[in-house]
Write a protein that binds this ligand. Structure first.
Ligand SMILES: NC(=O)c1ccc[n+]([C@@H]2O[C@H](COP(=O)([O-])OP(=O)(O)OC[C@H]3O[C@@H](n4cnc5c(N)ncnc54)[C@H](OP(=O)(O)O)[C@@H]3O)[C@@H](O)[C@H]2O)c1
Length: 268
């Protein structure tokens, strides 16, 4: 699937201070142009400072932020987006996401999908999308926004949670899947099946995993604070996985979900 979303992006969850500075400055220097943040990550102000200090022009960047589920009502939505923009020191983001669907539908989806459309109409974002949406919720969102409006569904995808049903549905609807926690927050590094595939290709495990996401047509947003890792994560496209590799990775799926707060939807 071709997309306007640069792949890979730089994840920034949990990163602040020196770690965030290292991640963003090294990533930009290496050629990353897609940065993923969220109101909830509490690092938009620092990212704004780092971007303002960098040589990379705003127009070259693809910046994503997200509206937290406590700000989904029409009374709070646009104010949350404007707050993100002020902190990020920019007039617009490239992609605005609903971070999580409203728990128990406390806020009707019509209200916050309308918020996304309004933000785009006001020029506060170029593209709109969702995160952590199930197939049922995606159908509903498409019904509200219309087909072709939702650019991405950002969901957890790694070898232990392959999320095939949601990926299939998104791809049928031309919705790009952005895979978050692609390295299962480091867990994949211990995996003997992935290690064997990596050895065969003279690559690292993260490269194998990111090549697998790419093969499935996903955009990945791994995070790293180390230049060598950031550099390695840019290069999975140099690696072609065989059918045998792909079927070995398929066997690792065990529905192991890392991001599963008590307000999560009923997963597919
Ligand atoms: N929409 C949502 O609800 C949601 C939820 C969670 C996450 N996200 C997004 O997804 C992004 C990625 O998720 P994540 O950061 O939690 O997990 P992740 O990207 O799966 O894993 C990050 C960990 O992997 C290590 N790592 C990265 N590249 C490596 C390499 N080449 N070799 C060895 N280790 C490597 C990093 O350590 P080093 O720093 O030492 O490299 C870090 O500890 C987040 O930052 C966030 O932007 C979105």
């Amino acid at each position: 699937m071709t997309t306007v979303i640069p792949d890979p992006g730089l994840g920034t969850f949990r990163l602040q201070g020196d770690d965030l500075k290292a991640a963003v400055t090294e990533a930009l220097d290496l050629g990353y142009r897609h940065i993923d943040t969220a109101r909830f990550y509490d690092n938009e102000a620092e990212i704004g400072e780092l971007l303002a200090a960098s040589d990379v022009a705003r127009a070259e960047l693809f910046l994503t932020t997200k509206v937290w589920h406590e700000n989904l009502t029409s009374a709070k939505f646009i104010a949350s987006v404007r707050e993100s923009l002020a902190l990020l020191k920019t007039d617009y983001v490239d992609l605005l996401l609903i971070h999580w669907p409203s728990p128990e539908d406390a806020v009707p989806m019509e209200e916050y999908i309308s918020g996304l459309l309004e933000a785009r109409k006001l020029g506060l974002t170029r593209h709109i999308g969702v995160s952590n949406f199930t197939i049922r919720q995606l159908r509903q969102a498409i019904g509200i926004a219309g087909p072709g409006q939702i650019l991405t569904n950002q969901i957890e995808v790694h070898p232990y949670l392959q999320n095939q049903a949601v990926v299939d549905f998104c791809q049928q609807q031309d919705i790009v899947v952005t895979g978050y926690m692609p390295l299962a927050v480091g867990k994949v590094l211990e995996d003997s099946t992935l290690a064997a595939i990596a050895r065969k290709h003279k690559a690292s495990i993260p490269q194998v995993v990111l090549a697998w996401l790419k093969h499935r047509g996903l955009v990945a947003i791994p995070s790293s604070t180390r230049r060598a890792h950031l550099e390695a994560n840019l290069k999975p496209s140099e690696l072609t996985l065989s059918e045998e590799d792909l079927s070995a990775i398929r066997t690792l799926d065990r529905n192991e979900r890392i991001a599963n707060p008590d307000f999560a939807p009923e997963w597919d």
